[in-house]
Design a protein around this ligand. Structure first.
Ligand SMILES: Cc1cc2nc3c(=O)[nH]c(=O)nc-3n(C[C@H](O)[C@H](O)[C@H](O)COP(=O)(O)OP(=O)(O)OC[C@H]3O[C@@H](n4cnc5c(N)ncnc54)[C@H](O)[C@@H]3O)c2cc1C
Length: 392
């Protein structure tokens, strides 16, 4: 018969919950891992285009967004990218660095889920799938969780149910509801790593759907040099997703379309070849359709030699800091992660345990720690999961 009494109950069998369960189980704890989905690690399976960008070798706390920029340091310092790589290597999973320190499986994300499930098996973890959590109580130092047709109790409860991004995959705001019930503050959740939508005058750019270019995208003082991609709704691509995590409604976004070129390059190009049009000069550096659209918008007509240096220089400056204000984002339905969440002020950075409610832990995306694109979010899930797994 299945026992209903455990040392720890973990809600959410995603990246962070699987890690906590495996670590705690292998420490000899009796662990129950619950998920309402019919399969563990569903987001891992679709991550990185099916190859899971499982960590980033450049992981550091300054690549995370949080109301407390120091909070992630402890967990990230104790369970590092090298630790996760060692685990992946122990399982003989082949991997490669794609770009910017991003590590992907050569084969499939399924290997990462199978590895974490094997680690849970090694710790004797009981995994209960397909049963929605109906109720959670706390009395006499025990958490009582009702799920599916069962009830289980433990002195430790770990909230690992992630954030609400991609609700069609079973993502919910359950972590926030539960956190609030235990008096935890929630930093307002917002979609992050998400495409921008464009309205008004900017809809002209929609005609460029499918065109990509390497740019520098800026929001405030934050900037990323990576690809941007025009879509039928607005803008996407890594550079755009990265700045979206820092963006607030109404703020302008700046794009440098020609980050490789020095100021003055366009005036020099005009002097070298005065009979060339702006579109043609730009098409040496940008995809043709983008070059034409930008040239149209800049209003430099005919041969560049017919325009003053001042006008040409003004066009170059605008190309280096093209300002637009997105009318929104594609929202939680398309956001790779959720920024905000359970406030770090509520938690110990060493153990991820609540400062006020003993035995209650929160980890992973549920917490107000959001990584850059490129494996940083999984590394936070592993590291915060490991910290809780060592503590429960
Ligand atoms: C399309 C996509 C691609 C991504 N690619 C990458 C990548 O390559 N690299 C990277 O670092 N990050 C990537 N991410 C982000 C990464 O997937 C998340 O940051 C990470 O999964 C968070 O881990 P978590 O365990 O906190 O939450 P999750 O992995 O989301 O797990 C939460 C679990 O809780 C369960 N759950 C939710 N509500 C309930 C409830 N009420 N009751 C019971 N169970 C519940 C869910 O079913 C889920 O299994 C990607 C995200 C998306 C959407």
């Amino acid at each position: 018969m299945t026992s209903n009494s455990y040392d720890a109950i973990i809600l959410g069998a995603g990246a962070a919950g699987l890690m906590t369960a495996a670590v705690a189980g292998q420490r000899g704890k009796r662990v129950l891992l619950i998920d309402h989905a019919d399969q563990a690690g569903k987001k891992i399976l679709i991550s990185g285009g099916g190859r899971c960008n499982f960590t980033n070798v450049n992981t550091a706390a300054d690549r995370y967004i949080s109301a407390n920029k120091h909070f992630a340091k402890s967990a990230l310092g104790r369970y590092t990218a090298a630790d996760f790589i060692a685990l992946v290597d122990r399982y003989g999973i082949a991997w490669h660095e794609k770009t910017l320190g991003q590590l992907f499986c050569d084969g499939s994300a399924k290997q990462i889920v199978a590895m974490l499930q094997d680690e849970c098996d090694a710790g004797g973890v009981e995994i209960a799938l397909g049963g929605a959590v109906r109720d959670v109580d706390h009395a006499d130092g025990q958490y009582r969780v009702s799920f599916g047709q069962r009830t289980a109790t433990a002195p430790a409860l770990v909230i690992a149910t992630g954030g609400p991004s991609i609700p069609q995959m079973g993502a919910t705001g359950f972590a926030y509801d539960l956190g609030r019930r235990f008096g935890m503050k929630i930093v307002e959740p917002r979609p992050a790593l998400v495409p921008f939508t464009l309205g008004g005058e900017e809809t002209l750019f929609r005609s460029l759907s499918g065109v990509a270019a390497e740019v520098v995208a800026k929001v405030g003082k934050t900037h990323f040099r990576e690809a941007a991609l025009f879509t039928h709704k607005g803008l996407s691509g890594p550079a755009i997703l990265q700045v979206s995590s820092y963006w607030r409604h109404g703020e302008p976004v700046g794009i440098d379309f020609l980050p490789a070129l020095k100021p003055g390059w366009l005036v020099a190009a005009k002097h070298a070849r005065p009979r060339v049009t702006l579109a043609s000069a730009l098409s040496n550096h940008l995809p043709g359709r983008l070059a034409e659209t930008l040239a149209d918008r800049l209003g430099v007509e005919g041969e560049m030699g017919a325009s003053t240096d001042k006008a040409i220089d003004a066009a170059a400056r605008q190309l280096a800091d093209w300002r637009f204000t997105p009318n929104g984002t594609e929202g939680f339905a398309k956001a790779e992660v959720t920024a905000g969440g359970i406030s770090t002020a509520e938690l110990s950075s060493q153990t991820m345990e609540s400062r006020k409610v003993p035995g209650l832990y929160a980890i992973g995306e549920a917490v107000d720690v959001t990584g850059w694109l490129g494996g940083y979010n999984f590394q936070w899930a592993w590291a915060s999961g490991w910290a809780a797994g060592m503590a429960v």
